[in-house]
Write a new protein. Structure first.
Length: 131
């Protein structure tokens, strides 16, 4: 009897696992060609060494997950093409990208902004002072 219950629970658990993986493996938001090429530019320039996406990556630069919603596409595009002068004590300086590369990265950021993150990554909160 115990063996039958164990086998039944194992089969139900396995079926639930397979079903969850099947439905989660499909992208909720399809990726456009521009977003794919923007991701390739992101990887080629190793932007993740300084910047973060979905809480993963470097911590020197800003989190880029929702940068388009925060700053706007035009601002990000201008920043990537003509980056501001950075302090000389920085290890890496932001490279200026070509117009087409910047446009592709902005398309990638627009794609990232459409992905439902349910509040992830969490925003830092200030600790309350104890009296």
């Amino acid at each position: 009897m115990k063996l039958r219950v164990f086998i039944l629970i194992s089969l139900v658990s396995y079926g639930t696992f397979i079903g969850a993986n099947y439905f989660s493996s499909h992208l909720a938001v399809p990726m456009s060609e521009g977003a794919i090429s923007g991701k390739q530019v992101w990887q080629r320039h190793e932007c993740v060494s300084c910047h973060t996406i979905f809480g993963n990556g470097g911590y020197v630069g800003a989190d880029m997950t929702h940068i388009v919603a925060q700053r706007g596409s035009e601002y990000v595009l201008n920043y990537l093409v003509k980056p501001p002068v950075m302090l000389p004590n920085r290890k890496l300086h932001h490279p200026g990208l070509s117009g087409s590369e910047a446009t592709q990265i902005v398309e990638y950021f627009e794609y990232l902004d459409k992905i439902p993150t349910l509040g992830w990554p969490p925003q830092p909160q200030k600790a309350e002072k104890e009296s």
